[in-house]
Design a binder for this molecule. Structure first.
Ligand SMILES: NC(=O)c1ccc[n+]([C@@H]2O[C@H](COP(=O)([O-])OP(=O)(O)OC[C@H]3O[C@@H](n4cnc5c(N)ncnc54)[C@H](OP(=O)(O)O)[C@@H]3O)[C@@H](O)[C@H]2O)c1
Length: 270
């Protein structure tokens, strides 16, 4: 059995500290991405926010807190165009510095559920996973090339684990898209596969699966119904992912890889 190594035990503040690290987060202007980007910045990281719109990314990066001397940056990235990703990743490294943490959070949605989605729309929705994979491999190759550890986090969902309740949506709006369930279930499992192959490179890969965190645009009757479906009886608030993302990005989770951290108010507990 391994014995603990001699030496000073890191404090909890040291374990969660991201000072000197650089984190790239896709979709960092969005509902959850903006809170997670702030969390990474508040923990001391330099943060690269990406958006499909460069000006939006730059504005979001400029608004991030800077508790130390970290630099932030914003740039355009569309993960549905995989051929453009090597250039975008290299641009991030050039403008802010070597990337230690990748958060694959961006998401191109489709509005149609199983009743009306076309084959083309379904296939395109799945291509979000292609973007996550291509970016993750770029981050892994970058870490190997600079002989540095890395933490890669993929956003999954409770809907990658369970079906949605048909009665939650009926008469209000389209149900959760069938392709979304295929996509997020695939991302949870892609996490395990990449973690197994990249552990030897000192690259950790974990999934963060939020439960219901509707934005203010979600129909109120839907929110009321969804709130009956989970033990905590309310929706998640974006700041309730801040602890989880810093945990996964930092040494606080140094012995964790290939896992799916579920922050869902207990949705999948019953
Ligand atoms: N909110 C929830 O209840 C919930 C629950 C479970 C899982 N999730 C997951 O959490 C993540 C964030 O969700 P959210 O609720 O914050 O959604 P959101 O507000 O729509 O944010 C997603 C962001 O992704 C970016 N994006 C769209 N297409 C993209 C593309 N092709 N390439 C790169 N980025 C793209 C968009 O930014 P730009 O328009 O600036 O490009 C958008 O702001 C998603 O992966 C989602 O599936 C959310």
């Amino acid at each position: 059995m391994d014995r603990p190594r001699e030496g000073r035990e890191p404090t909890i503040a040291e374990l969660f500290d991201l000072t000197g690290k650089v984190a790239l987060i896709t979709g960092g202007t969005g509902h959850l991405g903006s809170a997670m980007a702030r969390a990474l910045a508040e923990a001391g990281a330099g943060v690269v926010i990406t958006s499909r719109d460069a000006a939006r990314a730059e504005a979001a990066a400029a608004a991030l807190p800077r508790p130390g001397s970290a630099r932030h940056g914003g740039l355009a990235l569309d993960h549905m165009q995989p051929d453009t990703l090597p250039h975008a990743f290299a641009h991030a490294v050039e403008s802010v510095g070597p990337i230690d943490v990748l958060v694959n959070n961006g998401h191109e949605a489709v509005p149609n559920d199983w009743t009306s989605v076309t084959a083309e729309e379904f296939t395109r929705h799945l291509a979000n996973a292609t973007g996550y994979f291509v970016l993750a491999r770029l981050a892994r190759d970058h870490a190997v090339q600079r002989r540095a550890p890395a933490s890669i986090i993929l956003l999954g969902s409770m809907y990658g684990l369970v079906a949605s309740y048909p009665d939650a949506y009926e008469g209000i709006c389209a149900a959760s898209p069938a392709a979304y369930h295929a996509l997020k279930g695939g991302i949870v499992h892609l996490t395990r596969h990449l973690a197994a192959y990249w552990a030897a490179d000192n690259v950790r890969v974990n999934c963060l699966s939020p439960g219901p965190f509707p934005s203010e645009h979600a129909p109120a009757p839907l929110v009321d119904r969804l709130s009956t479906k989970l033990p905590l009886r309310r929706m998640g608030r974006p700041h309730e992912l801040k602890g989880a993302i810093v945990f996964l990005a930092s040494d606080a989770s140094s012995f964790m890889t290939g896992q799916n951290l579920v922050i869902d108010g207990g949705w999948t507990a019953w």
